[in-house]
Design a binder for this molecule. Sequence first.
Ligand SMILES: O=P(O)(O)OC[C@H]1O[C@](O)(CO)[C@@H](O)[C@@H]1O
Length: 543
Amino acid sequence: MDFFKNFADIKAVQKLGQLARTPYNLAASTALSPKRLAAYRASSCGFDFLYGTQQVDTQVMQALQELANQARLVEQFKAMKSGAVMNKIIGHDSEDRQVLHTACRDIFTNKPLAPKETAQAKEQLDRLKKFLTDLDNGTITNQQGQPFNTMVQVGIGGSDLGPRALYLALKRYCQSGRKACFIANVDPDDAAAVLAELDLSRTLINVVSKSGTTLETLTNEELVRSALTAAGLDPACHMIAVTGAGSPMDDPDKYLAAFHMYDYIGGRYSATSMVGGVTLAFALGYDNFLELLRGANAMDQAGEQINIKENLPLLMALLGIWNRNFLGYNTVAILPYSQALLRFPAHLQQCDMESNGKQVSRSGESVQWKTGPIVWGEPGTNGQHAFYQLLHQGSEIVPAEFIGFRQSQYQEDITINGTTSQQKLLANMLAQSLALALGRAHENPNKSFTGNRPSSLLLADRLTPYSMGALLALYENKIAMQGFCWNINSFDQEGVQLGKVLANRILSELAKEKEGEQLSPDSPELALLRVADLEKDAPSPKH
Ligand SMILES: O=P(O)(O)OC[C@H]1O[C@](O)(CO)[C@@H](O)[C@@H]1O
């Protein structure tokens, strides 16, 4: 495809390389003037993005705009949204799929960019609405005629992280008497701890797996099924499913209700499909789920602007590339100053690292440039009392992305010493960004801060279904645009396969142990050695 340009061959990359020899020094005495802070600011969909604390100047910003234009990032994004086959490696066996999670939220117009896929999303939404209405009006109840009040989502990776992060973020908006829980890990203690807290008779189990083949999810499905049976309940009256159309799990007869997602939606981009939709709409209400989609759709539209000042996903993608490829920073910390965003960094970790943790280009060649950084994070202010020491004085420079809200969600606050807790929270976030940038000289080297450490601030009024949807899509789109720029396929995940294959081999070794007997203490290690031994002689697959 004409779009597929090697990063190193793009003209603006040479220019940025030169500019990176003398990056803006954030620790210089006049570096953070009010004029600069006002100028390095952009807004979309209720979010203000403050990036005066990045090591950029007007020349760098100009060159980043040129990079966006020369790599045709917005065109690639629009092509993705319109159904181009973006998930592929040219000349090699690959998934060869469209990438259309954006179609799930392009439902607020008569002219969606991918009409067939948006029609499919709407059909699933209609089915979900009917299912929820049946729950509300008592058409669907438990065997005693009581309403269901809890939904447990059983899934892992993209079938867990996004939906769980969004649920926790928006728990404040739960419908009265409704809640959701999640089981992901194949560790039996995960399910045991969740199930111990529930009245199973009032619980719906939502098994979510795009492939319908994931070991952890199928195992936990059986575990929960047997817990229902042991409690004298009929699993068929309690279990629902979300899976890829045509997957091995796509068997509506086994479930009280079944919903589809499609192969053009990647697992880690699936939170706005039925993968997130069923549990979120059950707990938060259908209208709140629609608001989430509305926010995501607004950010998808912002992603089509050519000017980086009007396109937050693109601007954030380019600043990330500046930090990664030109300033050489290996990692990014996502630091929400919002307890509700507790699991959002974990979701972004999958979304980013599974998407952009690649080392071959879209033409199958080894890339000669750095791709996705290591992404991690925790909410502030807790993180300040844990790992910020390294952020301020460590030998690794960690660009930070702060996320904050002017108002709290619950609006239940207290004024102590003249400020509310929300003000204390925000003051801390702003202070961290300043401290990272400015540093502080001190005669005692152990107390001195070098500063000149980049960060940016994302600020919105309040964490609502709409702003959460916009924030989710902001990051999804940022990640996709970075992948386009690096000329990698951000939409497959071949790197997770080898571990799965080897785990299955170790399991078949362990299964040889006498059935029902406890594993002897050295069994796992012996199985590991046997499989390692077999592997060393295994023929390499054809290239
Ligand atoms: O929804 P599924 O098919 O069960 O997959 C779960 C997760 O497993 C992965 O395939 C990685 O192993 C992720 O990409 C995916 O989100």
